[in-house]
Design a binder for this molecule. Structure first.
Ligand SMILES: *Cc1c(COP(=O)(O)O)cnc(C)c1O
Length: 385
């Protein structure tokens, strides 16, 4: 680890919690057998551990049964399985899907693919807060709408979408609702029952478990939701995801959720305080600094800031001591403004001069104080040259 760098990019990935590593270690060595090999004891032990992990994930997400949890490699796969899976199994009900413009590429790109195979996709816009308008969503629904895909929290701004209200609208119109909750699980208090959601995606490495594990919740009651698999070749995960399951990953994900839910309210408050302190430190120290996205409806640990008069890439380059993200995809010659910020009506120059700062479990007050000082210093310096 580079020790001098302050890590403020928890929305991109989190370190494993040491308690998660401790929980998964036995499943890398001792209990390593294939959970499908139930004709011998080591295989039965692995199977038992996998199903215990599945039950824990189901219980903590508010699912009614462990059979509603499909382990995946992460949220990209979960989103693809949800969208392509519904399209593959439910085209008979219609060929229309509704989503919104600031979804993650792992939602938007499968939908582009579906468009090219005859599906109609309506992408509604967002306001300057980064949030959809309920009446616009309602107007977009049609008799042949099969699915709405709406994220709970945006990865760049932290803006929250009114998923519970949209779920109600979806069900009134006979449509299904999928939610990409990769940024929300373990950070906000909710469950699939209160949201009344049909499909929900989560990712391990956004909540202190390793990369390469995630889960898709697929409603199995009232009535069971049919999905077509992406990966075939066995009967794993109820036929929805073939391949030997990632048992250490599943155990890690279950433990990560237990830890997150065990201290959720207190941690939400702590992260919001750290984020607010960081944000105030930067905004109060500079003119021409604006906060992008809703301040009232956003994730506790995320802020997205724009700085007038500078380039985001130049700012990143002058802050090697901070691990942060810029909204622009930095192909150095042609910095692209973040599509998320542009969709919110942020001016292109300001969208290119933005920073996403995300705090997490191991962030300290000293970290955010030093980061705020450094950002103010470098923005001031860049503006003076
Ligand atoms: C990180 C992220 C993803 C992708 O998750 P992976 O597990 O890295 O594939 C999808 N959606 C959102 C909102 C994310 O933040």
């Amino acid at each position: 680890m580079t020790t001098d760098v302050i890590y403020l990019d928890y929305n991109a990935s989190t370190p494993c919690d040491p308690r998660v590593v401790e929980a998964m270690l036995p499943y890398l060595t001792g209990i390593f057998a294939n959970p499908s090999s139930r004709h011998h004891q080591p295989g039965r032990d692995a199977f038992t551990a996998l199903e215990e992990a599945r039950s824990t994930v189901a219980r903590l997400l508010g699912a009614t049964s462990a059979t509603e949890i499909v382990f995946t490699s992460g949220a990209t796969e979960g989103n693809n399985l949800a969208l392509m899976g519904v399209a593959g199994a439910q085209a008979g009900r219609g060929r229309h899907i509704v989503t919104q413009v600031t979804e993650h590429p792992s939602v938007l790109e499968p939908l582009i693919h579906l468009r090219s195979s005859g599906w109609d996709v309506t992408e509604i816009g967002v306001n300057s807060d980064g949030r959809i308008q309920l009446d616009e969503l309602s107007d977009a629904l049609r008799d042949d709408t099969v699915l709405i895909s709406l994220m709970l929290a945006n990865n760049e701004t932290g803006a929250l979408q009114p998923v519970a209200q949209v779920a109600e609208l979806a069900h009134e119109r006979g449509a299904l609702i999928h939610c990409d909750a990769a940024q929300a699980v373990g950070k906000l208090a909710f469950d699939v029952a209160t949201l009344n959601i049909d499909l929900l995606t989560l990712s391990g490495h956004k909540l202190y478990a390793p990369k390469g594990i995630g889960a898709l919740f697929v409603r199995r009651s009232r009535p069971p939701l049919r999905l077509a698999p992406l990966v075939r070749g066995g009967d794993h995960e109820h036929g929805l995801r073939s391949g030997t399951p990632n048992l250490p990953g599943a155990v890690a994900l279950a433990r990560a959720l237990e830890i997150a839910f065990g201290n959720l309210e207190a941690e939400m408050g702590r992260l919001a305080d750290l984020r607010d302190r960081l944000e105030a430190g930067v905004v109060d120290g500079l003119n021409g600094c604006s906060v992008n996205g809703s301040r009232a409806h956003r994730l506790p640990g995320t802020t997205n800031l724009s700085f007038a008069g500078i380039e985001g890439n130049a700012l990143l380059a002058s802050l090697p001591d901070l691990a942060v993200s810029t909204g622009s995809a930095c192909t150095s010659a042609h910095p692209q403004a973040s599509p998320v910020l542009l969709a919110m009506g942020v001016q292109p120059a300001l969208a290119k001069a933005s920073l996403r700062l995300s705090v997490g479990r191991f962030t300290t007050t000293e970290d955010v104080d030093r980061a705020a000082v450094r950002i103010v210093e470098e923005v001031t310096r860049l503006r003076s040259i």
